[in-house]
Every structure is written in C-alpha cells, then in structure tokens.
Design a protein. Structure first.
Length: 92
C-alpha cells in the first residue's frame, strides 16, 4: 500500500497547481510497486482531485480520504459535492 499525505501547506500558501502536480508525479515513482494507493488527510477537495489525476496514471486503484466536517472542505465545498468530485476523479 502506498500512503501519501496531502499538501495542505502547498495549497494554503497559494502555490500553483503545477507545484502540486510536480510533487505527486515525484511521489508516484516511490509507490508504483504497490497494489493500490491510499492518500489521506486532504482538507481541500481540489488538491485531492489533482492527486487523483496524477496517480491514476499508475493504473493502480486509488483511495483518498478527506478530513472535512459536515459543512464540507476548507474552501466551503459541500460534503456531497466533495464526494461527487472524488468519484469523478476516479477514486475508490
């Protein structure tokens, strides 16, 4: 199992999507030997979507957890919308 943590500091500090993509592209090589990928503790669904887009190129099943409340993520995306967006991103 490959276990990647979110990049809360990257998304909160205003860094670009390119930096987040670069991080996940770099990390996917370390986890490409695993049967599946498990990403956890994302507070922003947008960041979780970026990770899913990059890591599904490995061809491995990818599961992502969000650390959100009933009101949704840190950018006020509702919990239901978060679920739909992750499903569309191809996560398990």
């Amino acid at each position: 199992m490959g276990d990647l943590l979110s990049l809360k500091l990257l998304s909160l500090s205003g860094n670009t999507i390119a930096l987040c993509y670069s991080y996940f592209l770099f990390k996917r090589y370390f986890y490409s030997y695993n049967c599946f990928l498990f990403l956890q503790f994302f507070a922003h669904v947008e960041e979780a979507e970026w990770a899913a887009e990059v890591l599904k190129s490995t061809g491995k099943p990818t599961a992502i957890t969000l650390c959100i409340g009933p009101q949704g993520d840190k950018k006020n995306v509702s919990a239901g919308e978060c679920a739909v967006r992750l499903a569309r991103a191809g996560t398990v």
